[in-house]
Design a protein around this ligand. Sequence first.
Ligand code: F6P
Length: 536
Amino acid sequence: EKESQNILENKRTIKELFVSEPDRLSRMTFKVDDFFLDFSKNIISRKIQELLNALAINNNVLKQAQRMFAGETINITENRSVLHIALRNVSYSKKKGFKSLGEISVNKQDVMPEVVNTLNRMADFSDKIRKGKWRGTTGKKITDIVNIGIGGSDLGPKMIYRALLSFAASNINVHFVSNVDGTDIAETLSNLNPETTLFIVASKTFTTQETMTNALSAKKWFLKRFKQKDIAKHFVAASTAENLVTDFGIDAENMFPFWDWVGGRYSSPSAIGLPIMIALGKENYAKLLEGYQKMDNHFRSTPVESNLPIQLALIGIWYNNFLNAQSYAILPYAQSLEHFAAYFQQGDMESNGKSINLKGEVVDYQTGPIVWGEPGTNGQHAFYQLIHQGTKLIPCDFIGFIQSNYPLSDHHDKLMANFFAQPEALMNGLSQEELIKQNCPKELLPFKEFKGNIPTNSILINKLNPQSLGSLIALYEHKIFTQGIIWQINSFDQYGVELGKVLAKSVLEDINSGKVNTKKHDPSTANLIELFIKNK
Ligand code: F6P
């Protein structure tokens, strides 16, 4: 308590900790494969670090991880296992394709044969599209893939496709349609030719209103030119619901399954990854899975003190629960990771935005933080002002790469100069004494002063490629898992977002009938709906 009091009172700043703890760098930096993580610029002393490690040990984080890896029913409110780790428990060779690395069972049934079978079917299908063997109904090659999905059935493939665009085939474009706003599908389809377009309807449940509405509009658009029988060549699905897929008119043969033990926001390495495999090819996809798997192995087998996801989780808990930070920013210094923060906005906030513990009681402590961010350096010219000089504590994760996928003159050096300079400035600040030395006019001193002591993590990776991206995603996934364990909440249900699906249906009934049912709504909402009905 005394230690955290000192920190709260600013008596022990990061700068001071570097002086009083000469072993700080060796204690708080980690090198695993081509990842270098520097956690030393945190307001965390040796004592606090020890206490945080004890928190993870006392909460049996590693034991709980073993329960997840063993397929136990840890998603207790939905009575499900949580096995996204099974999706990457595979090896790949040119000769033998994808193979299981060992049994993982749910209710005594090994799930791996189905995982491997689906991966090999996806590989076969992707090959056909990439090599132009799968042709549209008029015999033309597929040039455009449209992924129709939302949430976990959109954000993952969209983020990964964008991140690895430099590895993607140049003859196939992938588009992502998610919003029920007709603008999304209309603008996407306006530039496409149905003869050369393949739709992937991606939905775990195959009931999500946005996705089904967009899929029906896509079908209508396609049927303006072609017949029902032509659909087989142009519509495939990634889903857990075979009946609904076939009801929609998609052949069961063209459905790539996944299972209820894959949460939507953890589903990008499942059949939901089909557009990524088509774009990148099966070999690159295998490397992506290998990257996930490396971090999975690190997470399950490394002691708490040097376990990267656990350390990242503990740092987050320190700011969230002890220093009252409301949010944290993910700041990738890579334009390719422009959707990374949005992806983990769902990953983190849908997982840990809970206020009821595993026993069904209301918690009396803070749980999941607000997650936000944009790539640097763009963010620097937008919201960094508030991080540097605002009234809120915002811990930041800086993610950067040593080598660029586009080594264009000195762009990368300039980008990385900012990557190094910002965390340094956030920690050091700029004092009034320093400003005086720089001849700053006296009246401007308080305005130009930076208090500093703003914590950052630096995640420096050799290169952005399929393998490192897989590891980076798994790093954050297991961080979220660890925090959920310590907060004693179920990170794997999402009743909070499911409510929205029901609410909109009831309003839609009113809109369709052209009359507001005033008994159902409060006066403000009833008035707003009426205004819409009258003027639409
Ligand atoms: O918004 C709630 C949610 O269930 C997310 O968890 C999920 O990723 C998304 O909807 C999409 O669901 P589905 O894949 O079933 O269409």
